[in-house]
Design a binder for this molecule. Structure first.
Ligand code: GLU
Length: 303
């Protein structure tokens, strides 16, 4: 199969869907991004990259950063994090407060905001600079040293972070934060505000398709740990639409409210898509449609 032709074709197929949905207006800086953009990149295990559309335009990775923070925590201190966060789909919005109270401050999974705050808290304890650790990993794995935190997005998110602050304070009240609320919030907001292109993200995610092995050949994760992250991505990576994503795409994936999604074909390749218009659950409408096209036409899904 000619992957480059396929990606170019997907860019054409997806055009009618561009601009559908809403940008993430609750973070004003993201609300202003032009919604008619679309990019797609594929990075194979042996280092080939195929890309089309707006694949080199940096965008705010938002919740996609949660995968890399979790990988660093699992790499840093193994399974301990699972005492502080479950790994079940939430079936609730990613920023829900209700479920956290019902479940006594143990978040449903590491990819909803409450769970990600716990993971980032642990990463602050391990590294003292959680966002810096995520940034270093992403720079090294993508080979792009100009990847950086978009400070305008970070400031915009910080000014509108009441919900995440509520979640963090509730976690602290349940004894499920090790560090001061403000330190955890700052680190979380900075990691979410990293800006990367589809190609950067596809390259940086390759260890998830390569049994945890980094670009320099060293292991970040063991093979079983990599299997487990991919499993949590499949069941919890696309908000409360993870069932629909599995049905349409059939791959582990993680989305962000910036409109990006990464997807993993184990032992084969990673795919990154971006288009800012979001559907009701917060996933990129054109991004999900493009991944559906890709896996349906290539047969590259885990099912
Ligand atoms: N920084 C965003 C928030 O906390 C991340 C949300 C997302 O991408 O799912 O609301």
């Amino acid at each position: 199969m000619d992957i480059q032709n396929l990606l170019d074709d997907i860019v054409g197929t997806i055009k009618p869907q561009l601009g559908q949905g809403e940008t993430a207006r609750y973070i004003p800086q993201l609300g202003d991004v032009a919604a008619d953009q679309f990019g797609i990149s594929v990075a194979t295990g042996d280092g080939e990259v195929y890309a089309s559309g707006d694949s080199e335009v940096p965008f705010s990775i938002q919740s996609i950063s949660k995968v890399f923070a979790l990988a660093l925590v699992l790499a840093g201190d193994g399974d301990g994090i699972w005492k502080r966060v479950f790994r079940e789909p939430s079936g609730n919005p990613f920023n829900s407060l209700v479920q956290l109270e019902h479940e006594d401050g143990i978040p449903r999974n590491p990819f909803i905001n409450a769970g990600a705050l716990v993971v980032t808290d642990r990463l602050v304890s391990i590294t003292q600079d959680a966002a810096g650790a995520v940034l270093d990993l992403l720079r090294t794995e993508s080979g792009n040293n100009s990847v950086q935190i978009d400070s305008a997005v970070a400031q915009s998110e910080a000014r509108h972070s009441h919900r995440n602050a509520s979640l963090a304070h509730f976690l602290a009240s349940c004894g499920n934060l090790e560090n001061p609320v403000q330190d955890v919030l700052d680190a979380y907001i900075n990691q979410c505000s990293l800006a990367m292109s589809c190609t950067d993200l596809a390259l940086a995610s390759r260890f998830l398709a390569s049994n945890g092995i980094c670009v320099d050949g060293t292991p970040l994760l063991s093979s079983p740990q990599t299997k487990r992250i991919n499993a949590v991505m499949l069941t919890c990576g696309t908000y409360d639409a993870a069932g629909e994503f599995a049905y349409r795409v059939g791959l582990p994936g993680k989305s962000g409210v910036g409109g990006g999604i990464i997807a993993v074909v184990p032992n084969n390749c990673t795919i990154s898509v971006w288009s800012p218009g979001l559907g009701r659950s917060g996933n990129s409408i054109a991004g999900v449609a493009a991944l559906d096209e890709f896996t349906t036409r290539t047969g590259l899904s885990i099912f």
